[in-house]
Design a protein around this ligand. Structure first.
Ligand code: KG4
Ligand code: ZN
Length: 339
């Protein structure tokens, strides 16, 4: 069978990325130009700065992806591009570049949902992984438990009712003076801290809901920090980080394993930036294995935003016949499983 080569483009937040992916799971190149240092001094992503930087980077990044893979534009079968969810101005840069290139070389455009891209990152290094499986998607903007029934059918079993898990990491890191992005900084500090030093809440909802809530936990940590400051007590940043991280990981793992048990699924996966968290990886692995489940997560570089995952998701859409026209627009609030 002829190989299918996809040029994938991703620009939904603060990474400008392009990749060449063969037959869905073979990554020929994966170029990521991160803007993190640019946004660091503001303590978070500044949308207007993100858009401008994407404009500067997008063509060199695409060029490098083609060169690295040794593939010419004529050799690609389709352009896969993220069209949501994300920052509208940021999305439009990658989308416009993708549509222009596709038009110039008369290739089809395959629209990709960024979150579904994160889930697809699991396929790249785990050749044996096929749906059905339960996937916890936790990033800066999303926290969902998804039943991936097949490549095209995704059902949401639970989601956050307020902050996303990554957002909670970023906000607490800011309060602790650890900088942006908060997840990696808390992960590092927590390694030297005691996860049982401070009792922070774990929110569970009634009636069997698998939803999450992190705003109460965030408030509890902020209250703890304010009270300590008022009493002139020194704060042990490592202990606060470890105790906060443990509280987040406990509910993420509990609900994901509960979802798998309820659905009768023996495979669980992690996806999204928070999937890079070392405690989350350890705990899901250990607790999942004890229940006889197979546990999957992508390597670090494929957890945070990248275009290889977009190329992988685009391939399964491509073979299912999904195509978009030149009128494809950015959809900042695009939901999982929706077109
Ligand atoms: O998926 P991603 O790169 O971008 C979005 O689509 O949001 O995720 C970024 C989020 C940030 O909130 C960041 O703090 C978090 O992922 N993150 C982590 C870790 N690495 C990145 N959170 C916890 N532990 C980590 N090691
Ligand atoms: Zn993402």
């Amino acid at each position: 069978m002829k190989d299918t080569i996809i040029l994938a483009i991703e620009s939904s937040c603060d990474e400008t990325a392009a990749a060449i992916v063969k037959n869905g799971r073979e990554v020929l190149s994966n170029i990521i130009s991160t803007q993190i240092p640019l946004h660091q001094k503001y303590g978070g992503v500044v949308p207007e700065i993100a858009s401008r930087k994407h404009v500067e980077s997008i063509l060199p990044v695409i060029d490098n992806a083609l060169k690295d893979a040794g593939v010419s534009l004529d050799e690609i079968d389709a352009v896969g591009v993220t069209y949501g969810p994300g920052l509208v101005g940021a999305l439009l840069v990658g989308l416009t570049a993708g549509k222009s290139l596709a038009y110039a070389v008369s290739k089809p455009i395959v629209p990709v949902n960024h979150i579904e891209g994160h889930i697809a990152a699991n396929y790249i290094e785990h050749s044996e992984l096929e749906p059905p499986f339960i996937c916890l998607v936790a990033s800066g903007g999303h926290s969902h438990i998804v039943h991936v029934k097949d490549y095209q059918t995704l059902e949401i079993l639970g989601q956050t009712r307020d902050d996303a898990a990554g957002e909670a990491f970023d906000k607490i890191a800011r309060a602790l003076g650890l900088g942006y992005p908060g997840g990696p900084a808390i992960d590092k500090a927590a390694k030297n801290g005691n996860p049982t030093a401070i009792k922070f809440p774990r929110v569970k909802f009634d009636h069997g809901s698998l939803d999450f809530s992190f705003s109460g936990l965030k408030t509890a940590v902020l209250n703890y920090l304010n009270q300590a400051a008022q009493k002139n007590e020194t704060i042990n940043i490592d202990d606060v980080s470890a105790s906060f991280q443990k509280a987040v990981v406990d509910v993420l793992v509990d609900n994901t394993l509960e979802a798998a048990a309820r659905e009768g699924v023996q495979k669980v996966a992690l996806a999204g930036g928070v999937a890079a968290n070392s405690l989350l990886r350890e705990e899901i692995q250990e607790r999942g294995r004890k229940k006889g489940m197979s546990v999957y997560y992508p390597s670090m570089i494929l957890c945070t935003d990248n275009a290889a995952m977009i190329g992988c998701a685009a391939y399964y859409e491509y073979v299912a016949g999904v195509r978009a026209g030149l009128d494809l627009n950015a959809v900042p609030g695009l939901k999982i499983g929706k077109r």
